[in-house]
Design a protein around this ligand. Structure first.
Ligand code: ADE
Length: 418
């Protein structure tokens, strides 16, 4: 079996941490038990390009229990947990191609390595497999039956491919399931991003001016949790409705050119490019901390920052201080890559439980489907989404009400009024 990881000796530590993650993943565990018996994925080949974490390891074990043949590479050069990668290779015999801190060339070499298995299904977090298959490995396309996409950024890329008629196989948008984005993007990003910023800097969040760029589900979660830590939270937005929502959620909203002057800590979660630019770095306070928790490292204009930087040094791991021509210092965290995975461990297992239950069940759904899908981006079926919510509640010991027959009739009728 071919693989490329940091150090196989890390497997022992990885095994324990994967067990720890698994303890908070009851929905995925149930799926794994069923997959073990039913083997719904028997013989299929699936390539995954996901953050290589203990939670992803639990997903890989689930798919393998279902009978799938797998290969895994990283969806970000800085997010790999080398011990989880080692454990997957040693204990689960799953080929992994991922090393934390790998350079761009190695990152793409690893993507090609998983594609060498000629996958029938792809699982992406950011659409890199889809993109490389379409642009560099078109010979694989005829064998691919479908794929899944984990994140907002990937879905934006895929929808634009579909709109251009360029997408050559169907994709299920896992991110758009309610049991994914309402929890993973909001509570997962909220907690893990603060965790990453705090682990990297050990700075006090109470009283700090914390600027959140973007008020999508990730921004909402981050703003909520930063407020919980006692920060003065400022939100920047381009969408009037989202901005209005931020205002009514009690946050101060202003343009980035204004926020740049007052922020102590900045974090971008927009999914867009060059959100904090040279003109903003120029007017930031001495010692400002800038970070990104969006999928790609394009949200901070680091080239623009480089253009006004006199010198730089790594002050602490993942903290690079830029001394600017104007004498002020700007601290960039984790090279502008997603800080929740670069400096912390990504979203906690309890939310990844639902995200990865959606992944596992979406793959099963595509494998079992009798009808062929068009080459487009599809939602996770509502029945799967609701079943996951139900299972999660049951695992948490939370009971809810059910509609009475009268209530069902009321909801179905248009004639009843006051
Ligand atoms: N994305 C965000 N957090 C993650 C985690 N813990 N595992 C895999 N992907 C993630």
């Amino acid at each position: 079996m071919k693989y490329d990881i940091k150090n196989i000796k890390l497997a022992k530590e990885g095994l324990l941490r994967i067990e720890w993650a698994g303890q908070s993943m009851p929905v995925l565990n149930q799926i794994k038990q069923r997959f073990k018996k039913e083997k719904p994925l028997k013989g299929i080949r699936a390539a995954a390009c996901l953050h290589v974490t203990t939670e992803t390891a639990a997903l890989m074990q689930t798919l393998k229990a279902g009978g799938a043949k797998l290969a895994l590479c990283a969806s970000n050069p800085l997010s790999t947990q080398d011990d989880a990668a080692a454990s997957l290779v040693k204990h689960d015999k799953i080929p992994v191609f991922a090393i934390k801190g790998e350079d761009t060339k190695t990152y793409y070499r690893h993507i090609h390595a998983v594609l060498d298995m000629q996958p029938q299904y792809t699982m992406d977090d950011g659409a890199d497999l889809v993109s490389v298959i379409h642009s560099e490995r078109p010979e694989i396309l005829s064998g691919v039956r479908g794929g899944t996409e984990e994140t907002t950024t990937g879905i934006i890329r895929l929808k634009s491919m579909a709109a251009d008629g360029a997408l050559k196989y169907p994709i299920i948008a896992v991110n758009d399931a309610q049991t994914k984005h309402l929890f993973d993007n909001r509570y997962g990003t909220g907690q893990s991003t603060l965790d990453g910023i705090i682990r990297a800097t050990n700075r006090l969040m109470a009283g700090a001016f914390f600027v959140v760029c973007g008020y999508g589900w990730c921004g909402r979660g981050l703003a909520l949790r930063a407020r919980g830590m006692g920060s003065n939270v400022v939100v920047t937005e381009v969408d009037p409705t989202a901005a209005l929502e931020a205002v009514m959620d009690g946050f101060t909203v202003m343009p980035i050119r204004q926020a740049a002057r007052i922020g102590d800590v900045f974090c971008t979660v927009t999914g867009n490019i060059n959100v904090i630019r040279q003109e903003h770095f120029k007017i930031m306070k001495d010692g400002a901390i800038v970070s990104n928790s969006g999928h790609f490292n394009v949200e901070l204009d680091l080239e623009g920052l480089g253009g006004i930087t006199k010198s730089k040094r790594e002050l602490r791991p993942l903290v690079v201080e830029h001394l600017l021509e104007n004498g002020r210092r700007i601290n960039v965290l984790g090279e502008g890559r997603l800080i929740n995975l670069a400096a912390a461990e990504g979203h906690p297992s309890s939310v990844m439980d639902m995200s990865f239950a959606n992944q596992a069940l979406s793959i099963e759904y595509m494998v079992k489907s009798k009808t062929s899908f068009e080459n487009d981006v599809f939602p996770v079926p509502e029945a799967i989404d609701k079943a996951i919510a139900k299972e999660k509640l049951a695992a948490m010991g939370v009971k809810i009400d059910i509609l009475t027959p009268e209530q069902k009739r009321y909801l179905a009728s248009w004639s009843m009024g006051t």
